[in-house]
Design a protein around this ligand. Sequence first.
Ligand code: C2E
Ligand code: MG
Ligand code: MG
Length: 414
Amino acid sequence: MQDRTSSDPAIDVLVVDDDPLQGAIISGVCIKLGYRPHFAASYQEAADRLAADRYDYVTIDLSLGDHDGIELLRLIADHDTKPRRIIVISGCDQRILNATVRMAHAVGMLDTVSLPKPIDLTLLRSALSTLPESAALRRRSDAGAACITTADLSRGIDNGEVYAAFQPKIDLASGKVIGCEALARWDSPTFGAVGPDLFIPLAEQGGLIKAITFSMLRDAMRFAAAFIATEPRFVVAVNLSASLLSDTSLPEEIEHLLAEIGVPARALMVEITETTAMADVGRAMDVLLRLRLKGVGISMDDFGTGYSSLSALARMPFSELKIDRSFVKDCLTDADMWKIVSSSVAIAHQYNMKVVAEGIEDTATWRALDALGCDIGQGYEFSRALPQDAFVDWYRGWTARHPGEAAAMLQRGA
Ligand code: C2E
Ligand code: MG
Ligand code: MG
């Protein structure tokens, strides 16, 4: 292999395989793509190379003689500089491959994909050539996050930099827009667009979560007020951190806000995240029950992630269950994910709850989930979260293309 120089912009691939023939085939594909392959025939050789250099891609054979690929994945996860994509290659059971990819995601290597053996060269070529920029962007935003303080966020809120974007919720059977979810956005002149996964935890730690939530509720209910004039059943969802549920005055404060804006309680759905983090279950129950009695819908967000637990489902007065997007994303190709999604739909219906699938990214998944009996969907297949005016434009276009229940029922011969 050639020497590496820091000024050279070529893409470097570390090929880890104890079978030299297989290594040569993968290296050949890399060379055809204009990349520079580096071969490691053992765990130790790969570990040494990873300690010395940075690679854009790493392909890993799961069985490496005396060590296994999982040990190597763990080693990579502990490194400060990670490859932009990891391709796990193995002849073992597809379930083991899927579980390996999930493990890699869980330890932060989000761009990990798998390929079965014998290698299909077309699949390998496509795994090596579709490198998204997201990994680099994620690194940059993680680095930025380290220097953002609660004081920055507080100033951002005061300056009106935090606002609500709206993502549609779709009735899967008819394609009708039944409502939307308000998602917090922060456009900071200093840090750029900061994602809620970064600033919501900061708000929770720094005592700013109530301020953000009420600003979101206000934006969301003003938006609902404009919609329900023509769509009386339109519901706008707002995320509510479980930590806020220890404040027993919350139902009345929300009721006042609804009255002030002039919208009925049924126009609001609150999505509760991290139900296991409810510090005081008795108080949380009190707050949720009173919200429900006032007519506000209550949704259990991120179901299945370990934050939203089965016992909370049985105890609390939820009206909707949202299956986390990590299960929906690959449910058509990963049998384990499909089992989780279909059981979640069945459980929700046993509790007379509506069920929402988050993260629907293609028409095939939409159709399959509709056939399964899932009620509502949300995801890039329909639209990303949009600022208010853009949502209204999107809504007009979508409604013109999907006239709704009547047409869908006629099509099915109902
Ligand atoms: P969530 O409530 O589960 O929101 C859904 C997330 O999935 C959103 O990410 C949305 O943009 C993303 N998403 C929707 N469809 C797709 C898809 O098809 N593919 C993919 N890959 N992603 C999709 P976002 O906006 O980054 O929000 C992340 C989380 O931040 C939210 O998860 C929620 O837990 C939290 N969050 C956002 N806004 C608020 C807020 O106002 N208050 C609180 N407490 N939490 C908030
Ligand atoms: Mg949500
Ligand atoms: Mg969710």
